[in-house]
Design a binder for this molecule. Structure first.
Ligand code: HPA
Length: 270
């Protein structure tokens, strides 16, 4: 099947099983999936029940779409995502974003767990202002598709207006929200200390293994994007102990309350 046919068939199935699709979507990263429990009137659809849809193999990542209301606002949540390091082609990593474009999603909130590089501390939430994607196999390489231009502009992937609203919600709630540049790293290894020093010189505040492929495609499809990193650890060479996925999951769990509060209040402002 061609991409367009796969995208359309997935979108059709989602509409058939989940009914009316909201205009705001959120992708919940490592350890951040509990937000769906705050949603009312939930309808779920497992990724494994959608033919051709990629299914995550990572601990801390369930795999399902959830439609429901957060703070009375209808949203489409993705509890779990797939990553390039799982061995999926980058095209599969971004398939959900094309499906969102087909479903008419207008606002997309991407979330992730990330290592801290500059001006952030473990446990901080950070709005992504821009990214370094040199390591990315660009997901738009290939024949041009009908969702995007050939040469999409990337001057403002993470919409300043959405960041401004996020900041104002954070201030109202008394939640500290940092802002910074996210450096993409393919994983699955964490970075070397030398790579982290290089990212730091290049202006990164955080580093992580997701979000950038989805943001690039969403921007190219005309979806308004904002992204939030949860700083789960300081990056390689910046803390005494070794990096583990357990630390990532544990820190994400410890910030769950403020993360949920921030998102819950933010969706009402979009
Ligand atoms: N590096 C890359 N990805 C991550 C990290 C990190 O230190 N922490 C959580 N995701």
């Amino acid at each position: 099947m061609h991409k367009k046919e796969i995208v359309k068939s997935c979108a059709e199935l989602i509409k058939e099983k989940m009914g009316k699709i909201p205009s705001t979507a959120i992708v919940l990263g490592s350890g951040l999936g509990n937000l769906v429990e705050k949603m009312s009137d939930r309808i779920s659809l497992d990724y494994s029940d959608i033919p051709n849809f990629p299914v995550s193999t990572v601990a801390g990542h369930d795999g399902r779409f959830v439609v429901g209301k957060l703070n009375g606002v209808p949203i489409l949540a993705m509890k779990g995502r797939v990553h390039y390091y799982e061995g999926y082609p980058v095209e599969s990593v971004v398939l959900p974003v094309y499906i969102m474009a087909e479903l008419g999603i207008q606002h997309l909130i991407l979330t992730n767990a990330a290592g801290g590089v500059n001006n952030v501390e473990q446990g901080d939430l950070m709005a992504i202002e821009d990214h370094l994607g040199f390591n990315l196999q660009n997901p738009l390489i290939g024949k041009q598709n009908s969702y995007t231009e050939r040469f999409p502009d990337m001057s403002e992937i993470y919409k300043a207006e959405m960041i401004r609203k996020l900041e104002s919600v954070a201030t109202e709630l008394g939640i500290k929200l940092k802002k910074g540049v996210y450096a993409y790293s393919t994983g699955p290894t964490y970075e070397t200390p030398a790579e982290i020093r290089a990212f730091s010189v290049l202006g990164a505040s955080a580093v992580g293994m997701s979000t950038v492929p989805e943001a690039v495609v969403a921007n190219a499809c005309g979806i308004e994007v904002c992204a939030i990193s949860c700083i789960t650890n300081m990056a390689a060479g910046m803390q005494e102990h070794r990096l583990t996925h357990q630390e990532v999951i544990d820190t994400a769990a410890s910030v769950n309350k403020k993360f949920t509060e921030l998102i819950t209040n933010f969706v009402g402002k979009l």
